[in-house]
Write a protein that binds this ligand. Sequence first.
Ligand code: XMP
Length: 326
Amino acid sequence: MENNRRPDNMERISDARLAQAFIDEQIGKIREQVGDKKVLLALSGGVDSSVVAALLIKAIGKNLVCVHVNHGLLRKGEPEQVVEVFRNQMNANLVYVDAVDRFLDKLAGVAEPEQKRKIIGAEFIRVFEEEARKQQGIEFLAQGTIYPDILESGPVKAHHNVGGLPDDLKFELVEPLKFLYKDEVRVVGKALGLPDNMVYRQPFPGPGLGVRCLGAITRDRLEAVRESDAILREEFAKNGLEGKVWQYFTVVPDFKSVGVKDGKRTFEYPVILRAVNTKDAMTATVEDVPFALLQHITDRITKEVKGVNRVLYDLTPKPTGTIEWE
Ligand code: XMP
């Protein structure tokens, strides 16, 4: 029976020196566990999977096979950054799968939020399974499990209930972060040389922008979510709110409203801005974003994002609103 309890005497990893000691220890443990065998990892580019990847690259180099599935629901620049950091800078064995059309075709016309989640989760497993079958000699599966995932399936990862790989692909697990808290994972990621915007990233749901493009996903509204999200993130970073606000993003609903642009009537989508603070995602308060900044973001989004003529700020705490809109 595997031990899933953090050792009582384990020191909290709070600085670079402790992170380095953890990294050295884990490199030894990983090499001992996997020897010269190959390890597979689904690398989303989120904090946990990125830190696992960087650690395993240090320990076993090209014997780690990273699979990055681009499902079309990632934020602007994310798939490119995964390729840049892991393939170009860290020289990783990275399989990049462009599954954008495949996901969007499966999701076409599906409006019910839980149904959308199920399709995204199931399709992800299917794509990953296909890639796993193409690889020869894999004996291990690395996962970015962290201690809170073991302690309780909290609101964030509880949504990941999408089943797993089929029995013949059940590899032995490599979970080097399983006793770490999130803040420790970030300290380790920093010590491994990952870029700050990867290490200090805000939480991002598994189904990605798919739950922020409300109702049945269309390519035009999905692009509007992605572009408006990029503007919001850029402006929050410029104005010192990055790393201060817990989670912030944009939502595009599936209705239009009347507006006017260059003296002509428009009939286009609104963008909803959301920025919240919380400790555990069970309750949340709304960030008091300066009005002038909200006006500036509105100005940019309505000018720069195609098909958008209106911007709204969501003032609803949780409860009564959830953080996401779907
Ligand atoms: P809600 O909307 O339930 O969100 O207040 C709480 C936190 O969970 C994230 N979230 C998800 N994470 N898969 C995930 O991995 C999901 O399906 C999912 N839905 C919500 C949300 O972003 C917030 O941080």
